[in-house]
Design a protein around this ligand. Sequence first.
Ligand SMILES: [Zn+2]
Length: 256
Amino acid sequence: MNLSDDLLLRYSRHILLPEVGVAGQARISEASVLIVGAGGLGCPVALYLGAAGVGRLRLADGDTVDLTNLQRQIGHATAAIGENKADSLARSVRAINPEIEVRPIREALRGSALHEAVAAADLVVDASDNFATRHAVNRACVLFGKPLVSGAAIGFTGQLAVFDSRRADSPCYHCLFPEHVEEPELRCAEAGVFAPLVGVIGAMQAMEALKYLAQVGEPLLGRLLLWDGLRADARVMKVPRDPACPVCGSAARQAG
Ligand SMILES: [Zn+2]
């Protein structure tokens, strides 16, 4: 891939990094990324991936922008209240970088639409806010062999992990959080969320996504990062693949 003079300037601070260089930037520019959710996490993820020049971005969200979102969902302007979130965020990303293709998907992805979108992506970012979507996205990523950057944030705490079922050392989301475990689901609408927390976790998701695409550094594979914003403390736990996992385990693979 040849980057024009304008693009070499736009991405020059990436290209200056010896770990990235022209080759790494070209990988980023050729990549296609699906971001599921255009809320608190999806906004910083999309803004950074767009600014950094990911060639094709698909943003999926079926919700509309609400006044209560604006305290933290930095890709949406006050004038966008009532507008679909994928449309609103796509416009913000295009304003930063008109050189890339940004396509909104104005629905909560599920079923065949989810499968099509995952199959078409090189990497998927889960920026959703509920377990049902997280598990559906994880199953689709295992099915189509796509890397998944998963993040979650509530209150003052967040978590982050990268999964790639093509690699033997990587668990999937289900290995960590089995579906049968009945956890009460905390939602921002009931529990509240500290504004920059979604920026911290979303920016780390963007960091992991770009590293993976550019083939830079060590991805957060087989590890779960837990961030406690109140104490400004991070923990990284090793998380193995569950050989009996019904989604990515050997029995599931043979059946699939
Ligand atoms: Zn698994």
